[in-house]
Design a binder for this molecule. Structure first.
Ligand code: C5P
Length: 219
């Protein structure tokens, strides 16, 4: 029997990380933060002096990543046993992730690994191509969006809360550049699946988005 999968895609700062985590908690399902995998692939490359533009070199590392998501809500990320949860959250790590994520061979190297997260009783998968490429047969697909300004402000707040200092104008600028790279790349570009439900979150609270997602799932 196939395991139920809920995909949540959208650009950086659309709220998908928070919404995915809370939905997984409410449903008692597993969580896949696919962005963390690209962030970790970039970190592993930087640590081994592999150029982020060396697609084959990064793919080789990505294929053999020793990554585990642990903790009650599966949000603590271990790379070779080291907790890198905070390290991979910086804007620089996001930017590096977006560079390696544009290589088709890197995406291929992570595909099966991501699909193995679909374990009973269910999976909430958060990313850019969850509904289009990784889980095209997912039961429910959601695409969250918000304006670049709102997303920048959310990211600014998050980074400050984590003690990672930030500049709002710079963040909005970076978000736009990252959106463009993620949307323009030829393989698995950021876009809503044809059968995804789009939710514009700019003027919604997290609770309102959650309620809308649960309603779409018939919960
Ligand atoms: O979601 P997050 O900001 O952690 O993702 C970091 C980067 O990883 C994104 O900008 C995107 O380039 C890449 N990514 C991707 N496909 C995914 C998840 C993330 O290409 N499914």
């Amino acid at each position: 029997m196939s395991v139920p999968v809920l995909t949540i895609d959208g650009p950086s700062g659309s709220g998908k990380g928070t919404v995915a985590r809370l939905l997984a908690q409410r449903l008692g399902w597993h969580l896949l933060d696919s962005g963390a995998l690209y962030r970790i692939a970039a970190l592993a490359a930087q640590r081994r002096d592999v150029d982020l533009n060396d697609a084959a070199g990064v793919a080789e590392l990505a294929a053999h990543l020793n990554v585990r998501f642990v903790g009650e809500d599966e949000t603590c990320v271990l790379l070779d046993g080291e907790d890198v949860s905070l390290l991979i959250r910086s804007e620089q790590a996001g930017e590096a992730a977006s560079v390696v994520a544009a290589h088709p061979v890197v995406r291929d190297a992570l595909l099966d690994f991501q699909r193995r997260f679909a374990q009973a009783p269910g999976l909430v998968a958060d990313g850019r191509d969850m509904g289009t490429v990784v889980f095209p047969d997912a039961q429910v697909k959601i695409y969250l969006d918000a304006s670049a300004e709102v997303r920048g402000e959310r990211r600014y707040k998050q980074l400050n809360e984590k003690g990672l200092g930030a500049n709002l104008a710079q963040i909005i600028h970076d978000i736009r550049r990252r959106d463009e790279r993620d949307m323009q790349r030829p393989v698995a570009p950021l876009k809503a699946a044809d059968d995804a439900h789009r939710i514009e979150t700019s003027f919604l609270t997290v609770e309102q988005v959650l309620t809308e997602c649960l309603t779409l799932m018939g919960v």
